[in-house]
Design a protein around this ligand. Structure first.
Ligand code: COA
Ligand code: ZN
Length: 315
């Protein structure tokens, strides 16, 4: 039996997805979503975002969701934090995985978190200090750092590769345990992804790197293939393709989890995720979120008869 190469698919529907939807889900619904994702084979889920409830009311229950998620066996629960205060809240709850984000575009950073990119980089240094001072041994809490608008910005246009690479270096120097490169607004194309991600991977060496793509202009999955070519083996995606940044004009959803898993499995990689189970969860969530724009080719057309399910490593 040949062992297939593993690839990680990180679910961000509960964070990126829910930050854009009108309906506020209950804590119980969010945790049911997490539990069912884990049953489907998902290992890492960004379960919430520690932002002020007045900015994103959907995440008023961030602490409760995080606490509940920590009790789900086999789940690596992560949360997004936009600043030091958010990181303090996430650490206090006991999360072992925290994702910080800043934008390569200074304009987007100002809109999103009301400070410059340089100020946000400083904030990340303070978060590392806070994590290391927290009675936990350094790195017992994994601190991921994401560079948003890495392929261009709806507000400021072009983003130079050198800006992104400089930020990656700054974040690594500050102590990032993981790096995520994000196409927040769906501007990336495969050539751009291949070129940038090769350079990012040359800098990050052993530090894990993920890509976060939005499918705003239909190139999301093509960008996944390009990132695979460059050597990336970790991707964010959102069930039903929900998502988008509330602070980026015309933003739409992340790449769709069902379709992403289908693509990666078709490429011979092992996601460990059962697509049919995802489709069942999607139906439940769609029932909870009437009127929201769910995307997805596999949900529409079904798996091809020729698709070999390979009994993905789901318990
Ligand atoms: N969680 C909860 N409360 C927070 C907080 C956090 N992460 N960060 C700040 N606050 C509180 C402060 O304690 C302060 O409260 P007070 O008025 O009772 O004293 C108040 O919010 C203002 O604090 P300040 O540091 O001035 O924040 P700000 O108003 O400049 O806003 C952010 C900065 C980062 C909190 C805000 O812009 C934000 O949440 N952005 C994230 C947007 C987002 O979710 N984008 C999509 C994902 S990338
Ligand atoms: Zn996003």
């Amino acid at each position: 039996m040949t062992t297939r190469e593993k690839v990680q698919v990180r679910e961000v529907g509960l964070r990126d997805g829910l930050q854009m939807v009108q309906t506020i889900l209950s804590t119980g619904q969010k945790l049911e979503w997490c539990r069912r994702m884990v049953d489907a084979g998902s290992v890492e889920i960004e379960v919430t975002s520690f932002v002020p409830p007045k900015i994103v009311p959907q995440f008023a229950d961030a602490a409760e969701v995080a606490r509940g998620a920590l009790e789900i066996p086999n789940l690596h629960a992560a949360a997004l934090v936009p600043n030091l205060k958010g990181a303090q809240r996430a650490l206090e709850v006991g999360l072992r995985k925290v994702h910080y984000v800043l934008s390569a575009s200074n304009e987007h950073n100002l809109k999103n978190v009301r400070r410059t990119t340089a100020e946000s980089a400083e904030d990340f240094r303070r978060i590392v200090v806070e994590r290391d001072a927290g009675g936990t041994t350094p790195h017992s809490v994994t601190l991921g750092a994401g560079v948003a608008t890495a392929f261009g910005c709806t507000l400021s246009g072009r983003v130079e590769e050198s800006t992104v690479l400089g930020l990656v270096e700054t974040l690594l120097e500050a102590g990032a345990d993981e790096i995520t490169i994000a196409d927040t607004v769906g501007y990336a194309n495969p050539g751009q992804v291949r070129a940038l991600m090769r350079q990012v991977l040359a800098i990050t060496k052993d530090v894990p790197v993920a890509c976060h793509f939005h499918d705003t202009r239909g190139l999301g999955l093509a960008n996944v293939v390009a990132a695979l070519d460059a050597g990336v083996r970790s991707f964010d995606s959102s069930l039903g393709g929900l998502g988008g940044c509330p602070f980026a004009p015309n933003a739409t959803g992340n790449i769709n989890t069902e379709d992403t898993v289908f693509l990666l499995e078709s490429e011979g990689l092992d996601t460990g995720i059962d697509i049919n189970a995802l489709l069942a969860i999607r139906e439940t969530i769609a029932g909870w979120l009437p009127g929201e724009p769910f995307t997805g080719a596999i949900a529409r057309a079904g798996l091809p008869k020729t698709f070999d399910l390979r009994e993905a490593a789901v318990a």
